[in-house]
Design a protein around this ligand. Structure first.
Ligand SMILES: *Cc1c(COP(=O)(O)O)cnc(C)c1O
Length: 374
């Protein structure tokens, strides 16, 4: 199944032997007969039929040998990190990590005797300088939240390979439709499936894909940590992925249109979107992404950002992202609210920054809504 759109619809679908219906049946049991089986089947073992089917679907999309679905993006990320890091190891994380990942890294790793560095910028040479004898893993996230900075995936792959490191990417923002990091050589790809894979703002889920050997380790750790997803939600995720390509393509178009229009608006100082020619890493983005995604941020001038959000009629001020509904948030009041004023300044998160998760509505309706609010 080579075509992406076809794989979105068909890959991994379970055959319904009872009715010959076209959709995967949902297997709800937590108790399965064990005689004659090599391995017991149990939801927390991540091996019930629906979990395995969607894991296979996601692996097919990402051109990887294996895939797993989790109860959240953080369940996937923590399972991956604990699968490969042990006492005495060192890991390198890029700057601009998703808030939950940043919190996990900075508050938990040390307790387990794991050393880490967070880079000051996303230049490959910055990562290289931080590699030590005990470095085991390198972790990136591109495009980053909320300023849509781009990390050069191939350069990180080369660095990881030449130093024998496990490479991990959080591919949530781009989604598989715009970026295929495993194909570029990244060992392990994680997703918050709560975002684009789920796509409707109504399920919380996660995913990871990798080669078979890496996945055996991830799965072993995941079974201990227990972040499995119930069959009903796994089914909703399967249903969502069928329209992933259509949704994301429309989101790409809408975001590009809005980014270009908003760039010329007198009340907007700056737009952050990798699809804009003046984005500092536009060329790297072009070389590794087939679309620039549905996320963009912009800074407004001389206006109260809260008042602007309240004036919006169609676009709702809400957290999370990646759904069919366009939503807006202030990073300074949400994901980055725990940072000190100095830290916010260093990270480039001003109070006037607004982040838009662009949905699949008509782009001109979205533009009109923003214009009337400004
Ligand atoms: C939301 C998000 C996560 C965490 O996912 P959950 O499903 O909320 O656990 C991780 N990375 C990125 C980039 C995210 O946006």
């Amino acid at each position: 199944m080579n075509s992406l759109k076809t794989a979105c619809v068909h890959a991994g679908t379970l055959f319904d032997e009872k009715t010959r219906g076209v959709n995967s049946p949902i297997y709800t049991s937590t108790s399965f007969a064990y005689l004659d089986l090599e391995e017991a089947v149990y939801p927390r073992y991540f091996n019930i039929p629906n979990t395995e089917a969607v894991g296979e679907k996601i692996a097919a999309l990402e051109q990887a040998e294996s895939g797993m679905v989790f109860s959240s993006g953080m369940a996937a990320i923590t399972s991956v990190l604990f699968a490969f890091l042990r006492q005495g190891d060192h890991a390198i994380f890029q700057t601009g990590l998703y808030g939950g990942t940043f919190h996990f890294v900075t508050s938990e790793l040390e307790r387990f005797g794991i050393e880490y560095d967070i880079t000051k910028n996303n230049e490959p040479s910055t990562f290289e300088k931080l590699i030590k004898k005990n470095t085991r893993l390198i972790y990136i996230e591109t495009p980053s939240n909320p300023l849509l900075k781009i990390t050069d995936i191939k350069a990180i792959v080369n660095l990881a390979r030449s130093n024998g490191l496990v490479s991990v990417i959080d591919n949530t923002f781009a989604s598989r439709i715009n970026q295929v990091p495993h194909h570029l050589g990244i060992d392990i790809v994680t997703h918050s499936a709560t975002k684009y894979l789920g796509g409707h703002g109504d399920i919380c889920a996660g995913a990871a894909v990798s080669g078979k050997e890496h996945m055996l380790k991830i799965r072993d750790m995941a079974r201990s940590l227990g972040g499995s997803l119930n069959a009903q939600t796994v089914y909703l995720l399967e249903r969502s992925i069928k329209t992933l390509a259509l949704r994301v393509e429309q989101q790409n178009r809408n975001a590009q249109y809005l980014a270009e229009k908003l760039s010329t608006h007198p009340s907007i100082v700056r737009v952050y979107y990798p699809g804009l020619k003046d984005h500092p890493e536009h060329d790297i983005a072009r070389s590794q992404m087939s679309g620039f995604g549905g996320m963009l941020s912009f800074e407004i001038k001389d206006l109260d950002p809260v008042a602007v959000q309240r004036k919006l009629k169609l676009i709702r001020p809400s957290v999370s992202l990646g759904g069919v509904d366009t939503i807006i948030c202030s990073p300074a009041l949400t994901s980055h609210r725990h940072l000190s004023p100095l830290e916010k300044q260093q990270e480039g998160i001003s109070d006037n920054l607004l982040r838009l998760s662009v949905g699949i509505e008509d782009a001109d309706d979205l533009l009109a809504d923003i214009e009337q609010a400004l």
